[in-house]
Design a protein around this ligand. Structure first.
Ligand code: GRF
Length: 226
């Protein structure tokens, strides 16, 4: 199967990026991380990419705090195009993307969020869930639309909140689930099994493995020798 070429945008530590890299280098998912772009020069995500031999590109964000300047966003597009990406995976990318960017890559941008959306969108979702007192939280991989963490949901994982949890211990267990489901969601996309209909995402069954075909010539040869 041809590999799904993924461009990862990350602003921070890049542990989700690492999970995707590890599973792809192990041959467990049909995904190739083709380029990693960061708005932060010192982001450890860039270092992780370099160590894995993946092009790591720093594109400074410009003068805004929470979004990219339009001309800068164009540089993101140029870089993603240069590496021929099929899908963009946001992994701790701390900038809002403009409508033109979203329209250009409509249905091809995914994000991981550390809560069971639609609960607790936005920043510090694990702490929000902890302080609210929910008994269950989790992680979500979703398509990106113009809202904050509002796009159609592809995969979710549930994490119980324990009585002795702190916001930090809870966040660590949520992160483990992010690392598990993000590569899996990308694999579903790579297999062409993800279909969006409005807000709902349907995951097609995995096709039955085909019976190995017996080469007629070899078979005939065997029979003749009997
Ligand atoms: C993750 O918790 C992700 O859900 C959120 O940002 C964090 C990024 O962590 N969007 P990392 O950089 O992948 O370690």
């Amino acid at each position: 199967m041809a590999k799904l070429k993924v461009g990862v945008l990350a602003s921070g530590g890049g542990s989700n990026l690492q999970a995707i890299i590890d599973r792809s280098l192990a041959g467990e998912i049909d995904v190739e991380v083709a380029v990693v772009i960061s708005d932060v020069a010192t982001a450890h995500a860039l270092e992780r990419a370099r160590r894995a031999g993946i092009p790591a590109v720093h594109v400074p964000p410009g003068r805004f705090r929470t979004k990219l300047e339009p001309e800068i966003e164009e540089r993101y597009v140029e870089t993603l195009e240069r590496y021929g990406i099929d899908v963009i995976a946001l992994a701790g990318f701390m900038r809002i993307l403009h409508d033109e960017f979203l329209a250009r890559y409509s249905g091809r941008i995914v994000n991981v969020h550390p809560s069971l959306l639609p609960s607790f969108p936005g920043l510090a979702a694990q702490r929000q869930a902890f302080e609210y007192g929910v008994r269950w939280t989790g992680a979500t991989v979703h398509f990106v639309d113009a809202g904050v963490d509002t796009g159609p949901i592809i995969v979710q994982a549930v994490v119980p909140v324990r009585d002795d949890d702190t916001a930090e211990t809870l966040a660590a267990r949520v992160l483990d689930e992010e690392h598990r489901i993000y590569p899996e969601a990308l694999q579903l996309i790579a297999e062409g099994r993800v279909h969006v209909a409005g807000r709902r995402v349907a995951i097609a069954e995995r096709p039955e493995p085909r019976e190995p075909e017996t080469a007629p010539a070899a078979q005939e040869g065997k029979d003749a020798g009997r």
